[in-house]
Design a protein around this ligand. Structure first.
Ligand SMILES: Cc1ncc(COP(=O)(O)O)c(C=O)c1O
Length: 450
């Protein structure tokens, strides 16, 4: 056995050294190789962190973050729920014991009661699964429904509207299973605004589809698929018994980060998936799947094998916040207006600073905590623009990281950036002024051909 001591020098034989190197560099399986590589936005986070660290005296405005801000009312809610839990008899039961893989019973009950009351559903406790964050839920679903069947058939994971959440890029152990479709663009040129819509002439859902996933409201674009579009996707999937996972990480009732009206759509083949991360609890990792009992059972078994169950402390405080109604109330009255106001700041700042004649388009701000800017015919790539913006002290995320599963080349992929709404009002306004100036210079260096 080799022991390594860090306080005094040690001398290893060649054999020991090669053993040590082998230990540090184990041979990886195909899956190991794939899962030890970061995908999408996480891959560029390293560059962002290094830029922020080495910023020196440069005043950098970081508009790349996906981490929600700590809003005082939200933090207070979780403090109060924690104090209640600590003072209760329940505490030991919550943290000192293992529990059911399906989730902590009081949280499941709270979700069932809340959703039945709000949306007129007939859920029972068999319709709900709690996972350690919703990312885990998509990982389970992608591998339960997507990939190769026992017969060797490939079941696809369909993303009906690209761009979408970068995290879908790493969830399937069979990467070739992920297929995304180019959207159509609904452009309001005069208003410098646009919206993505699913292109139903392209989207294909068939017997070779394993499941469908999309975020609504969408990270990165802030798009909200209309109720009709969602119903249409669910109807296309229904004849093949294909589950449709609606990623509702930003949807009502919590965190209620929709700035436009939207109904939650439920159905036999719909798994409504939500998360408490954007409602102030990302550190506690709580994902919630609501849907058909059979789908829930399959995912629950996967969870038992993978991780036993989610942390129960977060679940216990979540049950309190849902039962009292405080979580939904704070979501509507604090979280939603806070980010909606930030979007208005981006919109107004760009409107004021961007040259009117340039073909820039801001995606309609319908929800989530981001805005999405498309620079048509941008003479450089989104990655190069990201570098240019760093030089003027603004950090955004290059858009091409948000097209997981989209195989075909599409110039548009390299013409967008994601701007986080988590900056201060001043940072956002100043950041947009700097961005406008930098973008203007980029287009001036290589004018857009008419
Ligand atoms: C659209 C979307 N889905 C899922 C997640 C994952 O969230 P969590 O695992 O914290 O629930 C995120 C996180 O940013 C997201 O933006």
């Amino acid at each position: 056995m080799i022991s390594v001591c860090f306080t005094r020098p040690i001398f290893l034989s060649t054999l020991q050294l090669s053993l040590l190197l082998k230990l540090m560099n184990p041979a990886l399986t195909k899956i190991g190789d794939q899962m030890s590589n970061l995908t999408g936005v996480r891959a560029i986070m390293k560059d962002i962190i290094e830029t922020l660290k080495s910023g020196g005296g440069q005043d950098l405005i970081n508009l790349s973050a996906g981490n929600p801000l700590i809003l005082p009312e939200v933090e207070q809610l979780w403090r109060d729920c924690t104090a209640e839990l600590l003072a209760s008899q329940e505490y030991g039961e919550v943290v000192c014991r293992y529990g059911s893989s399906q989730g902590y019973a009081p949280l499941i009950e709270a979700v069932v009661k809340d959703f039945n009351r709000r949306y007129g559903l007939n859920l029972t406790d068999r319709n709900v699964l709690i996972t350690p964050g919703s990312q885990t839920l998509y990982f389970y679903a992608a591998n339960v429904f997507g990939g190769y069947t026992g017969n060797g058939d490939l079941k696809q994971i369909v993303l009906p509207l690209s761009p979408d959440y970068t995290g879908y890029g790493g969830i399937c152990l069979v990467p070739e299973a992920l297929v995304a479709y180019k959207p159509s663009l609904d452009i309001d040129a005069a208003a410098h605004s646009f919206k993505y819509r699913p292109d139903f002439s392209q989207v294909s859902i068939s017997e070779s589809t394993g499941c469908v996933i999309f975020s609504r409201p969408c990270n990165p674009t802030g798009n909200v698929l209309t109720d009709d579009e969602v119903r249409k996707i669910a109807a296309l999937a229904a004849p093949y018994n294909v589950p449709v996972l609606i990623d509702s990480a930003y949807a009502p009732p919590f965190p209620a980060l929709n700035f436009t009206d939207m109904s939650l759509i439920f159905g036999e083949n719909i798994l409504h998936c939500t998360s408490l991360s954007k409602a102030g609890l990302p550190g506690e990792r709580i994902g919630i799947a609501i849907g058909n009992e059979r789908l829930i059972q399959v995912l629950e078994s996967f969870q038992t094998n993978a991780s036993l169950h989610s942390s129960r402390y977060g679940q216990a405080i979540a049950a309190r916040a849902i039962n009292s109604g405080a979580l939904a109330q704070i979501a509507e009255q604090v979280i939603r207006p806070f980010y909606q106001n930030k979007f208005a700041i981006v919109e107004n700042a760009l409107e004021a600073a961007m040259p009117k004649e340039l073909p820039w388009f801001l995606h309609r701000g319908e929800g989530a905590i981001f805005s999405w800017l498309w620079l048509q015919d941008l003479p450089i790539t989104d990655w190069e623009l990201y570098q240019e913006l760093k030089k003027v002290g603004v950090i955004v995320v290059p858009g091409s990281t948000f097209f997981p599963g989209l195989k075909e080349e599409w110039a548009h992929k390299h013409q967008c950036v994601r701007i986080s709404l988590t900056g201060s009002d001043t940072e956002i306004a100043l950041g947009m002024q700097r961005l406008a100036k930098a973008v203007e210079q980029v287009y001036q260096r290589t004018p857009v051909s008419a």
